[in-house]
Design a protein around this ligand. Structure first.
Ligand code: SAH
Ligand code: SF4
Length: 345
């Protein structure tokens, strides 16, 4: 929803100031599908707005619901024909978390990631980013038979396509709109931004949004392995990442999530666990670091997920080293809507 455009149109028509607030509430909080539904404004204005302005900046092409009802993926076509994906995940009944994209494709080229394989196509605008939330609010309202009052889209994670700190100006603007009480009104603590480890991005984020959650896609705790699978590590290596996290903690006291995908025979040995524990200890603030062990969702022929047994063992090594760790359940793999499987298909 282009709020500036809406503002301009209302001004041109000589509408009073409070009109904008009424319309913003209907769109951002009540999840209306069209201006025609906004009963608090006149019929003439509703029709004029529906003719001149669109609520969503894309057209939904396909929506896939997983059998277990716990995840739903949407394929969205942007006005220039590019495709992005967003996923709605329900970690517990009645609560929904939206996983949103911030770029078409991604330049970082991580070898295990389907989005990385596409390469970078373009940045999304703040509007295209936040419209994914509007889309899900509308979808929940229409399909899941919830009443407006308990629309329980509670959390947002920037874990769809793209690297948030490579599109910082627009991601920053989208975060401001998401936490603006007059727009989306999410609590900072219900939003998480995930990065592959762009040093200055992490620092700026901590300064500006110390209450929004940060997740680091670490996956490897040795520079050699990390650079091999994540080219970003050649520019921002582990030493650099460590410094960025230390700077981050000067501004924020929030827990940081360390994402670690479990790859069979690659990063799941006892040595790998010890290396990870040592790296995290070197950052300091160990109580604020929390490792999530993630099942690798197959995207490449020659990489395999670690077994459940290896994952348990890995977790135990970390626990023995006083590292906070959880094995994360993967939702959405059956609809190719799990992390790293988003490729705009
Ligand atoms: N670009 C950002 C955010 C999007 S990726 C980042 O990398 O953090 C979202 C998460 O999915 C990241 O933690 C990413 O490393 C992980 N991921 C990528 N490919 C995956 C795969 N095949 N299986 C499981 N997780 C994957
Ligand atoms: Fe980009 Fe994240 Fe995928 Fe790496 S894991 S290619 S940074 S989207």
């Amino acid at each position: 929803m282009d709020i500036k455009e809406l503002e301009k149109l209302l001004e041109l028509r000589g509408e009073p100031k409070f009109r904008l607030e009424q319309i913003k509430k209907a769109i951002f909080q009540d999840g209306v599908f069209s201006f025609a539904e906004i009963s608090t404004i006149s019929k003439g204005l509703r029709e004029a707005l529906d003719e001149e302005i669109k609520i969503l900046s894309f057209v939904p092409k396909k929506v896939l619901q997983a059998q277990d009802g716990q995840s739903i993926k949407a394929l969205l076509e942007l006005t220039d024909g590019n495709l992005i994906e967003t996923v709605l995940i329900s970690p517990k009944p009645g609560f929904w978390s939206a996983c949103i994209s911030c770029q078409v494709g991604c330049a970082m080229g991580c070898r295990f990631c389907a989005t990385g394989k596409i390469g970078f196509i373009r940045n999304l605008t703040a509007e295209e980013i936040t419209d994914q939330i509007l889309f899900w609010r509308q979808y929940i309202k229409k399909n899941l038979k919830f009443k407006i009052k308990n629309l329980k889209l509670t959390d947002i994670v920037f874990m769809g396509m793209g690297e948030p700190f490579q599109n910082w100006p627009e991601v920053r603007k989208s975060l401001k709109d998401l936490i603006d009480p007059k727009l989306f009104g999410f609590g900072s603590r219900n939003i998480s931004v995930s990065t592959s480890g762009i040093g200055e991005g992490i620092e700026n984020f901590g300064k500006e949004f110390p209450q929004i959650n940060l997740a680091i896609s670490l996956h490897f705790a040795s520079d050699k392995k990390r650079s091999n699978f994540m080219p970003v590590n050649k520019k921002y290596n582990l030493e650099n990442l460590k410094k960025a996290l230390q700077k981050y903690f000067e501004n924020s006291n929030r827990k940081v999530f360390i994402e670690y995908i479990m790859l069979d025979g690659i990063n799941d040995s006892r040595e790998d666990a010890l290396e990870l524990a040592n790296f995290l200890k070197s950052v300091g603030k160990l109580q604020l670091l929390h490792v999530n062990l993630i099942r690798y969702n197959t995207t490449s022929e020659n990489l395999k997920p670690s077994s459940g047994n290896a994952t348990q063992k890995f977790r135990n090594y970390l626990l023995q080293n006083n590292i906070n760790v959880t094995i994360r359940k993967s939702l959405g793999s059956e609809i190719q809507g799990a992390c790293g499987q988003l490729a705009g298909k």
